[in-house]
Design a protein around this ligand. Structure first.
Ligand code: 5GP
Length: 201
């Protein structure tokens, strides 16, 4: 199987992970977002097949039992999963993949593909994260408390990750994430195939 870069980006709600991922996808056309399957309801402008593949609980569990997911996890009461066929199709097209998934998914994906690279986006401190969550003004105090406790738990899993990026300043963090992607693209296991071809000429 052809192998491209698998870059996993994790981080608690409110840390700026989605904006950082969007920024990286704009900078690097070779990189594609892996579109996950989920049982959660569609929000606002979200499109089926673009933001997520929206499926019901029965469909999701049938795919899970059939071993179609490279990883799957329950996050905030909904199921999410990455289809193995999405990874294979991307590799066949010579594409690199970006995964915006939670730490449970990162753990499973790294077990399955040990060369996958995982990045944890961390807030400068928990007070800043709480302020950002309040700034969204969409969630109740109770939901914010739950998110903060989940954030603490997710950040405590830092040993799973190859890189940790503090999002203290968006442009700085976006630059660091881009550098990590570029370095990953130049890892030996990615470049070896091209070098082998040259050596056979
Ligand atoms: P949201 O519902 O807000 O889009 O995502 C909630 C959380 O689920 C985020 O932390 C997101 O990274 C995570 N997530 C999204 N897709 C997947 C997936 O395929 N697998 C796993 N394990 N987590 C996912």
């Amino acid at each position: 199987m052809a192998q491209g870069v698998l870059l996993i980006v994790c981080g608690p709600s409110g840390v700026g992970k989605t904006s950082l991922c969007d920024n990286l996808l704009k900078r690097r056309p070779r990189l594609t977002l892996s579109v996950s399957y989920t049982t959660r309801e569609r929000r606002g402008e979200e499109e089926d097949g673009v933001d997520y593949h929206f499926v019901d609980e029965d469909q999701f569990q049938a795919m899970r039992e059939a071993g179609e997911f490279a990883e799957s996890a329950e996050v905030h009461g909904n199921w999410y999963g990455t289809s193995m066929s999405v990874i294979e199709a991307a590799w066949q097209r010579g594409r690199d993949l970006l995964f915006d998934i939670d730490y449970q998914g990162a753990r499973q994906l790294k077990e399955r593909v040990p060369t996958a690279n995982a990045v944890l986006i961390a807030p400068p401190d928990l007070i800043t994260l709480e302020e950002r969550l309040h700034g969204r003004a969409t969630d109740s105090d109770e939901v914010i408390e739950e998110r903060l406790s989940a954030a603490r738990h997710e950040l405590a899993q830092y040993e799973l990750f190859d890189h940790i990026v503090e999002n203290d300043d968006f442009d700085r963090a976006a630059g660091v994430l881009d550098s990590i992607y570029v370095a990953t693209r130049h890892e030996r296991h990615i470049q070896a195939r091209w070098l082998d071809e040259i050596l056979q000429q």
